[in-house]
Design a protein around this ligand. Structure first.
Ligand code: AMP
Length: 616
């Protein structure tokens, strides 16, 4: 699983080397924050007198004015269709991926094309999730600029560890739209680790669990720290589990308990329930009871009732912790430190359950809402050149490769490769005079591409006509420091200019990502069988073609018995390739090789003597 070795050689705080200001941004599902380091000490910037947290909510008023943050949150109740929340969930997604979630959202997701990226309709205007995130980033940029009275142009933005390339790219694009050059996209657990500054003591060896339960996502990472280097041994999580779900559980509880009418046209009442539910949840982090009157209904919930509601969700996170430990080949007793990240870790039952599972007290010394932004600011400070000797590395969580004959996955960059990284491999054509080659890029550990995740499709065009097998096509994968993948294909023999077409496969659900590794282990045996069969079939098919060519070229020299024998073997092989017995195909291929060897030798002698004659 994901490994992030981070070498922090000089923990010592250095003098600022220049006055380049790079901000760190935690672009969250529920709340976003901005921070920057001053004299190497990271600080979050307050958005208003009360808080640094900027609710990731955007309100579009009918006159075209846009409000972001707490003021927009106020509009959730009165104008639900003009108030957009959880935009992060829409990043890099198609309508298809979201149809199940749509009913949970009070605004309109536009159903244009199932394959296309979603858009949100507000009034008569359509917004992409990139536009929406850009509004939040723009607000954060303005907040810092106001505070410091200077322009800010560069940023580091964090994303969940499970974000795929499309989502990372969408985040980067959102930064651009907001007028920010995004120098680095950093995984949230990486940032949180940096904020805790673990790794400064070169002698320490520790194993750390980072438990991150935010508003919309859950992640757990197991880190190993040694000699100032720490790596993530494993990660696990659920991209659709967080404090929002706690709120929804409370809303459902109230609807059931108080027999509330929430039929169509009652969207603003649902919103009001949502806001009250969050209020209740937060109150229950310190109190035993909550009570509030909404629309003449006396809404109540006790801590005990709330805990019963969220128990199954917490159990799910504990299962993830268990899985992460298993992947890291560790037991709970090996964990030295547990770090809590994300606003929802304030819920006492969350802390208790995590602490009970690991058998020790959890570490929540840094504000769980701010820890990721603070880490992003430290990363920004490193990039600004203000902290020397610090190297940040990341790795590919899943293998990257392309589809080859028969639907097989050919890995070019294996999982756990440190990034930035480059991998390449050479391929050739399978048909004479082939002009185009379709290259399909996949991510995953399974032998058959159909079980992996399709990332992109390329067409390498204008290959000069050559016999099959002659072109040398070099396919290279380049992964930059942000984990963004670029694929290049070039025909080397002709050295002609080749055009490359990329069709990004946006909107592929990353839901299966976490389970993909498990699947690959579970199915290793059947995959091996399938791969063996496909390879045998590929070999069989190329033998069938060779036999056909041999018959075409040599028919006049063969006796009728020889022709019959070859035709017979040819037919037998065709029948076997259509079946699914790998061994029979391979046995037949070796039989054919043996039987036809003398014939092939005779044919070769004929060709050589013909050449000798023509040479004379
Ligand atoms: P984050 O995505 O890390 O900003 O986490 C936000 C989530 O934490 C939201 O679901 C909040 O409702 C939740 N949250 C914030 N403060 C508290 C609190 N005191 N008790 C329980 N949940 C909280």
């Amino acid at each position: 699983m994901a490994k992030i070795p981070i070498s922090l050689k000089e923990g010592k705080i250095a003098e600022p080397k220049n006055d380049e200001l790079i901000i760190g941004i935690d672009l969250g599902t529920t709340n976003s924050l901005v921070a920057f380091a001053n004299d190497n000490v990271p600080k979050v910037i307050k958005h208003n007198e009360k808080s640094a947290l900027v609710p990731s909510i955007i309100y579009f008023d009918p006159e075209g004015q846009i409000i972001v943050g707490a003021d927009a949150k106020e509009k959730l109740v009165s104008e639900p269709s003009r108030t957009i929340y959880s935009a992060k969930r829409l990043m890099g997604k198609s309508y298809n991926d979201l149809s199940a979630v749509q009913e949970l959202l009070a605004y309109n997701i536009v159903d244009t094309n199932e394959e296309e990226l979603v858009r949100v309709k507000v009034g008569d205007t359509y917004y992409s999730p990139i536009d929406l995130s850009a509004k939040i980033l723009g607000e954060l940029k303005r907040t810092v600029e106001k505070e410091l009275d200077r322009e800010v142009k560069k940023a580091v933005i964090t994303v969940p560890a499970y974000f795929n390339d499309a989502q990372r790219q969408a985040t980067r694009d959102a930064g651009k739209v907001a007028g920010l050059e995004v120098l680095r996209i950093v995984n949230e657990p990486t940032a949180a680790s940096l904020a805790y500054g673990i790794g400064l003591d070169a002698d320490a060896e520790r194993i750390i669990a980072v438990y991150d339960l935010g508003g919309g996502t859950f992640d757990v990472s197991i880190l190993h720290l040694q000699a100032g280097v720490f790596e993530v041994l494993s990660t696990n999580g659920d991209t659709f589990l967080g404090g929002d779900d706690f709120d929804r559980a409370i809303v459902d509880f109230w609807i059931d308990t108080f027999k509330l009418d929430i039929k169509d046209g009652n969207k603003s009442f649902i919103q009001e329930l949502r806001v009250s539910a969050e209020e209740a949840k937060k109150a229950l982090s310190t109190k035993n009871e909550f009570e509030k009157e909404v629309n003449g209904v006396d809404l109540r919930i006790t801590k005990q009732e709330f805990e019963l509601l969220i128990q199954p969700m917490i159990s799910k996170t504990i299962n993830s912790c268990e899985q992460a430990l298993k992947d890291a080949e560790l037991t709970t007793t090996k964990i030295d430190e547990i770090i809590m990240v994300g606003g929802s870790t304030r819920v006492p039952l969350v802390k208790e359950s995590v602490s009970k599972f690991f058998g020790k007290a959890v570490n929540d010394s840094i504000n769980p809402d701010e820890v990721v932004a603070l880490g992003a600011a430290i990363q920004a400070d490193i990039l600004a050149g203000n902290q020397k000797g610090i190297l940040l590395l990341d790795i590919t969580p899943l293998s990257l490769g392309i589809e080859t004959m028969g639907g097989l996955m050919d890995t070019i960059v294996p999982r756990n490769t440190k990034i930035p990284s480059k991998g390449n491999r050479q391929y050739t054509t399978s048909v004479d005079g082939q002009k185009n080659l379709k290259i399909t890029v996949y991510q995953g550990e399974r032998d058959l591409v159909e079980h992996n995740r399709k990332l992109a499709e390329f067409i390498l065009k204008d290959i000069p006509p050559m016999p099959a097998g002659l072109p040398k096509i070099d396919i290279s994968f380049i992964i930059d420091a942000d984990g963004v993948l670029r694929v290049k294909a070039k025909e080397l023999r002709s050295e002609t200019e080749t055009s490359l077409e990329i069709k990004s496969q946006y909107g592929i659900s990353e839901e299966e990502m976490a389970t993909m590794l498990m699947d690959s282990i579970k199915n290793a045996k059947s995959d091996m069988h399938a791969r063996g069969l496909l390879e045998a079939r590929n070999e069989g098919n190329s033998m069938i073609k060779s036999l056909e060519k041999f018959l075409r070229d040599n028919r006049e020299f063969l006796s009728s018995e020889q022709t019959d024998m070859v035709e017979n073997l040819h037919q037998q092989l065709i029948n076997l390739v259509a079946g699914d017995d790998k061994n029979k195909i391979l046995d037949k291929i070796s039989e054919i090789n043996k039987v036809t060897e003398p014939l092939a030798n005779e044919a070769l002698t004929r060709i050589v003597s013909k050449e000798l004659i023509s040479d004379k």
